[in-house]
Design a protein around this ligand. Structure first.
Ligand code: C2E
Ligand code: CA
Ligand code: CA
Length: 580
């Protein structure tokens, strides 16, 4: 023992008091243990957070704080990391004296003596729970998403590489699950963000409950979540977890007066098979998620190389679409054509309108269905020039029909949500009408229910502008969205088009029959004309007539026909009507 002079002892005492004061005033809880990990010192913040006095804590290991949420595996991983790096940071759940669980962001440091032997461990942490003080609150905000309390994007971005690093070291597999909620946007757009937020909170809770505490669950964007399973046996065990997720999320959510659903589309990439770094794994899990969505939602997909091929395919279509649009001129035979499908009034049997449906004939690939290229046109903004062409071409064709003696027929054009957001839409529409000497009442615009629900105030303003001039507006695919009656009342629409899917099953499904019946009653109550689309049989026609539907459209009368054929069809129809 070296001997200290009285002055040196005094100086050491002062230093000790200063350090004690720092410990005492720190809002972070601090635990100091000895080389055997027995607690030698704790500070008042520790007592405040955990409920244990220094007397109760001294002599035991910090293990008595551990909650069952911390698994053996993650505990072992913690020690391995700490002894390798001499410092460890991360989240752990602890149990306070009163039994409550609290998450904490821990920093553990190893203090070694000059010879390198462990002398102490120093643990400090801030409470991340409800009673957190400002500093702890800030720490929490830096790592956790405020709405759902899951990890946020930035925490996730440091946790995933760490998990991959550990898996590499221990020769383990990791699964990365990208989860996107189906049609969540509809909820937000139609019921408002407050309701959307509540739904997200509910989803987050169920996600957290569906996996182990040591699994990483993060919210990285609006309705996008990621789960990392840091230690999996094989692909099959991931499929087990995914089925559980799907099952747990399938139940409805009660939010205020609403009953909502939020089914997930899940894409899965595995380390190391599908990628050895975070960026590649995320990219591939994302591709798998898009694939799951395309497969009809509420579904999960493992990544495969084929998906990158699908992404390439999509790019190919996008480029083809770009070229086709650039080379499209009004009146010349480009790659796009309009087909027309007649709509009949049920009482008079007269054709009252034609729906214009775009067709794309590619010189190499042949005909490409709109369901395949319209969504790509929408995602890329190409729907704007394509939509403009559809307007002008519809008006041009209607003028040709008029000049051939077909009067009193309207043409109905489909509008995408994006077009509806463009302030110059009324100008384009009226320009095309004027150019072909047509009246606004000669044109009908079909807007899907979900498009009409987006950005309600702006949408209503544009629709009012269009409707004020006499253009007819209809809600397309009615029954597939979340529109509320009170909202519908505010829209200047004249027609409701019952979605094809309900008409298809009207003879065999009691539910679909009831939906058609209720929609027609509701529509009539709001003074709207009811159009049923996808009518394929006499049986369906009869039922719709009985329910009081006004207008019918479908293969039962005619498939969509190219312009030259529709003229012949209309002439023949007129002739049979006159004869009858
Ligand atoms: P939509 O607006 O619901 O159009 C009706 C779809 O139902 C058309 O498919 C039509 O061919 C089909 N259909 C009509 N009658 C029957 C029937 O009796 N049975 C069956 N099974 N199907 C029937 P199409 O032409 O493939 O168009 C698909 C979708 O693509 C359209 O659905 C519309 O959303 C979109 N689309 C088509 N043309 C345009 C366009 O010019 N602009 C925009 N924005 N979207 C378009
Ligand atoms: Ca339509
Ligand atoms: Ca439709």
């Amino acid at each position: 023992m070296p001997a200290f002079s009285p002055d040196e002892i005094e100086a050491l005492k002062r230093r000790l008091r200063a350090l004690e004061a720092v410990m005492a005033r720190s809002s972070d809880a601090i635990i100091i243990t000895d080389a055997d990990n027995r607690i030698v010192e704790v500070n008042p913040a520790f007592t405040r957070l955990s409920g244990y006095t220094p007397k109760e804590a001294r002599g035991s290991t910090p293990n008595f704080l551990a909650s069952a949420k911390t698994t053996r595996a993650s505990y072992d991983a913690f020690w391995a990391d700490l002894l390798r790096d001499d410092v460890w940071q991360g989240e752990m759940w602890d149990r306070a004296k009163d039994g409550s669980l609290y998450p904490q962001w821990l920093t553990v440091s190893v203090i070694r003596d000059a010879a390198g032997a462990i002398q102490n461990y120093v643990v400090h942490f801030s409470d991340l729970g409800e009673h957190a003080e400002t500093t702890a609150e800030l720490a929490r905000m830096a790592h956790f998403d405020a709405l759902t309390q899951l990890y946020n994007r930035s925490a996730f971005e440091s946790l995933l590489p760490q998990a991959l690093h550990n898996a590499q070291r221990d020769n383990r597999q990791v699964a990365v699950l990208v989860i996107d909620l189906d049609r969540f946007k509809n909820v937000n757009d139609s019921l408002g963000h407050a309701i959307g937020d509540q739904l997200l909170k509910g989803v987050a809770e169920r996600l957290r409950e569906s996996v182990r505490a040591s699994d990483i669950v993060a919210r990285i964007g609006g309705d996008e979540f990621i789960i990392v399973l840091p230690d999996i046996e094989n692909a099959l065990s991931v499929a087990g977890v995914t089925s559980k997720l799907k099952h747990n999320l399938a139940d409805s959510y009660r939010v205020g007066p609403h009953t909502l659903y939020a089914t997930p589309s899940i894409g899965i990439a595995l380390f190391p098979a599908d990628g050895t770094d975070a960026a590649t794994l995320l990219k591939n899990a994302d591709a798998a998620m898009y694939h799951a969505k395309a497969q009809g939602r509420n579904n999960f997909q493992f990544f495969s190389e084929g998906m990158n091929i699908a992404a390439l395919e999509r790019m190919k279509i996008e480029n083809g679409l770009r070229l086709a649009i650039e080379s499209t001129r009004l009146g010349t035979a480009g790659q796009f054509h309009l087909y027309f499908q007649p709509q009949l009034h049920i009482d008079t049997n007269r054709i009252v309108g034609l729906e214009a449906l775009v067709r794309w004939f590619h010189p190499e690939w042949g005909s490409m269905p709109p369901a395949q290229f319209i969504p790509i046109a929408e995602d890329t903004g190409l729907i704007q020039p394509l939509g403009d062409w559809v307007f002008w071409e519809s008006c041009r064709q209607l003028r040709i029909l008029r000049d051939a003696g077909i009067a009193d027929i309207r043409v109905a054009v489909n509008l995408s949500a994006q077009q509806l957001r463009h302030a110059d839409l009324p100008a384009v529409v009226h320009g095309a009408l004027a150019c072909y000497d047509l009246k606004p009442t000669d044109l009908e615009l079909e807007i899907t229910e979900s498009a009409a629900m987006q950005n309600p105030a702006a949408t209503i303003a544009i629709l009012n502008q269009l409707s004020d001039t006499g253009i007819v507006l209809s809600i397309d695919d009615f029954g597939t969205g979340y529109s509320s009656l009170s909202y519908l009342k505010n829209l200047p629409v004249q027609r409701l088009k019952i979605d094809r899917s309900f008409v298809q099953e009207i003879e065999v499904s009691r539910d679909d029959h009831a939906i058609c019946s209720a929609t027609i009653a509701l529509g009539h109550h709001l003074d709207l004309e009811l159009v049923a689309e996808g009518v394929e049989s006499e049986g369906q026609r009869q039922l719709l007539e009985k329910l009081g539907c006004d207008v019918l459209q479908g293969f039962f009368y005619s498939k969509p026909l190219p312009a030259t054929e529709i003229l012949i069809f209309l002439k023949n129809w007129q002739a049979t009507q006159v004869a009858a």
